[in-house]
Design a binder for this molecule. Structure first.
Ligand SMILES: [Zn+2]
Length: 217
């Protein structure tokens, strides 16, 4: 990888996108941009964007595409300065307008050509199942994904895992609805441009990671 490689991950709740972002980050020595944590960090550190975001959220409004784009711009500038060869974007292009703005910025202003869009694909039913079947340790409170099959907590070693009472099926359905309404059009858009790689997310974490790594061999 000579030029900067941008890896953009897509996937519904429960697809393991966050886990894969972390693993890819280790394998490629690449930093991850995660919209949610970046927003929280900016609010916590009282940056100019953070102050703006806080006033938007306090008014009960949604964070606009412009704000997200500013966040990404700031973050990218600092990563490029550090000389990173690859970066991972997680949760940055949830809807079409936002995706196009980011593409435009990457390709026109930064002249980045290597943008790889990866969709970790799982069916709607599976997304809902994985969200509603998460379990919690009755001793230390650690939350475990559906994929973790043991009943003993491997964090504290003392507790037993129980289904979380907070696993609200309505919230899971709502998230699936939003993914279908907003993010599917993004995926269809890249598909039509032959710029989308689909990875079967129903397999083990290791298999999914290997499939993604193979894309870059
Ligand atoms: Zn525990």
């Amino acid at each position: 990888m000579k030029e900067l490689q941008v890896i953009r991950l897509f996937g519904p709740y429960g697809s393991g996108k966050g886990t894969q972002a972390k693993l890819l980050s280790q394998n490629f020595d690449a930093p991850v941009f995660d919209t949610g944590s970046e927003l929280r960090d900016n609010i916590k550190n009282n940056t100019a964007i953070g102050i703006k975001v806080k006033s938007v959220i306090d008014k009960g409004e949604l964070v606009t595409n412009d704000i997200i784009l500013d966040l990404i711009k700031n973050w990218l500038a600092s990563q490029i300065k550090k000389g990173n060869k690859a970066i991972i974007l997680d949760g940055t292009s949830r809807e079409l307008e936002q995706a196009k703005l980011i593409d435009q910025y990457l390709s026109e202003e930064l002249q980045i050509k290597n943008i790889t869009n990866i969709h970790i694909k799982i069916p709607r039913d599976e997304s809902i199942l994985r969200q509603t079947q998460r379990r919690i340790c009755n001793y230390c409170g650690e939350i475990f994904p559906y994929a973790y099959k043991k009943d003993q907590c491997n964090k504290c070693g003392k507790g037993v895992l129980e289904i979380r009472k907070e696993n609200d099926p309505l919230v899971a359905e709502k998230r699936a609805d939003i993914f279908e309404a907003e993010t599917l059009p993004v995926l269809e858009y890249y598909q039509s441009k032959k710029a989308l790689i689909e990875i079967d997310g129903l397999r083990s974490i290791e298999d999914v990671t290997n499939s993604i790594m193979n894309v870059f061999k």
